[in-house]
Write a protein that binds this ligand. Structure first.
Ligand code: AMP
Ligand code: MG
Length: 522
């Protein structure tokens, strides 16, 4: 019995393994991973499978209905000749070096090659590993629904991300204290199978540098370049610098995309930064509803708001500094690495300006654009103004009727009555300037509208939407998971029959747990 998977393992074949096979918590030295088997689940049940991902892997919908598929993607059965493992990595958490972390609740199954693409598959929530520290290696349904839906939604938004193949219940109960207030309760356990070319993080490199294990670091960097950055050529000091430069560029591109769609990751620790520049580890992330540079979705981050919306580009840079420190051991020269990091700042300025121009439908570049954008961002924060609704509706703005601007975007205001006096004036002034600026463009109204609607999504996975799907799922009803999954496959399309999801966050969701802020407890 087999699925037609073209298995091509590299990670656990080419990199040094931990010689110990026991599944006990430990510090793992001179190795990149430890072999470990997923936990047997009590009564696994598939809740959803991504048809796109099946296709990408060379699997069929028939395969997905088999008992074998269920067993493989919940960890109950290993495919012949594959050797599951957990990766060793470290990381800076909230600015502090945390030492060894590792795949505490992720287990890598195997790698697949299909249609010239290489994919690694891993289970999240399938039991303890040598890296589980004080935790259980399990995941609950709510966080698994959020990861499953969001990673596929991000992909369809055009944001670099890890993907998801399946969402399953394990049949086991998992104890969690959601608000960290001593009120633990049992929740349904779940397992997401995740897919990416590689799950390597900055932290995989950092842990080796921190331990002065330069030999293994070199082996890992060479492996990474060979498989994922092969266009850079044979390993050398120059190649390592080029590699770092490429990681910097990809990270920046990803973060500018986050800013474009209003995604806030919530835990940008270096162990959650993919070396491929993919959004990874969907935990207490969130989507901006009201446009607010100071917003963080993570309750653990509430005091310092390190990972707030506006700070994501800075935190990306901070994390890249840590990666540079790790790679320095192979390069022995700070100057080229510093130059690359300097370039990040300049590229961020240009890249984010271009992104904002795109959001406004501006193709030409004008000196005054910076100010226009700055004033818009100030206006958006005058009173609570929904980011997604605002930018989507802005594509209907006509240069001939600037004073109708407010009317066009009025659905974005949470309390429209607050638009009076000075606030109204400021918006009218801005719309007048915007109309004047648009006069310089050569595009027609229709062309601009089409272009803007390809940049400004109509549908994003608002926190309350996930929460509704989670509440239903906890009661055994999975229809909403499927509905949201399909809705978010076409985030830029009008989908008039789905208009109910193009709306501001409802008032009941404002302060509800899971709908506004989230804890890391997942
Ligand atoms: P995070 O910042 O949530 O991605 O996780 C930080 C570290 O904690 C990683 O090494 C995770 O593997 C580990 N971790 C998080 N949750 C669990 C869990 N339930 N069991 C074991 N390890 C976990
Ligand atoms: Mg993580």
């Amino acid at each position: 019995m087999n699925m037609n998977l073209n298995i091509k393992d590299t990670f656990n074949k080419e990199l040094p393994a931990d010689p110990i096979f026991e599944n006990t918590r430990r510090q793992v030295k001179n190795a990149c991973f430890s072999f470990v088997s997923p936990k047997q689940t009590a009564k696994p049940e598939l809740l959803h499978v991504s048809p796109d991902m099946l296709g990408e892997l060379g699997l069929t919908e028939e395969d997905a209905k088999s008992k074998y598929f269920l067993n493989v993607f919940t960890g109950n059965q290993a495919i012949e000749n594959t050797k599951p493992f957990a990766m060793c990595y470290g990381g800076h958490q909230f600015g502090n070096w945390a030492g060894q972390l590792g795949d505490g609740r992720a287990i890598n199954l195997f790698e697949v090659e299909h249609n010239n693409n290489h994919w690694a598959l891993q289970l999240k929530g399938s039991g303890e590993t040598p890296y589980s520290r004080t935790a259980d290696g399990l995941a609950v349904l709510r966080s698994s629904v959020r990861e499953y839906l969001c990673s596929e939604a991000m992909y369809h938004l055009g944001v670099p991300t890890t993907r998801a193949l399946s969402l399953a219940l394990s049949g086991d109960k998992v104890l969690r204290d959601v608000m960290y207030n001593g009120n633990s309760a049992y929740e349904k356990g779940a397992i997401v199978s995740r897919v990416a070319p590689s799950f390597l993080r900055f932290g995989n490199f950092q842990i080796l540098a921190a331990r002065q294990d330069i030999d293994t670091l070199k082996v890992l960097v060479n492996y990474t370049i060979k498989h994922f950055f092969s266009e850079l050529g044979e390993p050398s000091k120059e190649t390592y610098i080029a590699f770092f430069k490429e990681v910097v560029q990809r990270t920046l591109k990803m973060i500018i995309d986050w800013q474009r769609v209003g995604f806030v990751h919530g835990v940008m620790n270096t162990d959650n930064m993919s070396i491929l520049g993919l959004t990874i580890d969907y935990g207490p992330y969130g989507w901006l509803e009201g446009f607010d540079f100071g917003w963080t979705p993570n309750t653990t981050d509430i005091k310092h708001k390190r990972y707030r919306f506006a700070n994501q580009p800075n935190m990306g840079l901070w994390n890249l500094y840590q990666l540079a420190n790790a790679l320095y051991s192979l390069i022995d020269e700070a100057e080229p690495l510093e130059a690359v990091l300097e370039q990040y700042k300049a590229d961020f300025e240009t890249g984010s300006l271009k992104m904002m121009r795109d959001k406004l439908g501006l193709i030409k570049e004008d000196e005054s654009d910076r100010i226009l954008i700055q004033e818009l961002e100030d206006n958006l924060q005058l009173i609570e103004t929904d980011m997604t609704v605002f930018f989507r509706n802005l594509s209907r703005f006509s240069t001939e009727k600037p004073l109708e601007g407010l009317d066009i975007i009025k659905d974005a205001f949470y309390v429209f009555n607050e638009i009076t006096g000075a606030i109204e004036d400021r918006w009218n002034i801005w719309f007048t300037k915007y109309a004047e600026r648009l006069q310089q463009e050569e595009t027609t109204f229709e062309e601009r509208k089409v272009a803007m609607n390809q940049i400004n999504p109509k549908y994003v996975l608002r926190n309350y939407m996930s929460q509704l799907a989670i509440d239903d799922a906890n009661k055994g009803d999975y229809k909403l998971i499927d509905e949201l999954f399909n809705l978010l496959k076409r985030p830029y399309d009008e989908q008039p029959e789905k208009e109910e999801w193009f709306a501001k966050r409802p008032e009941w969701a404002r302060d509800k747990v899971g709908c506004s802020m989230l804890s890391c407890s997942s």
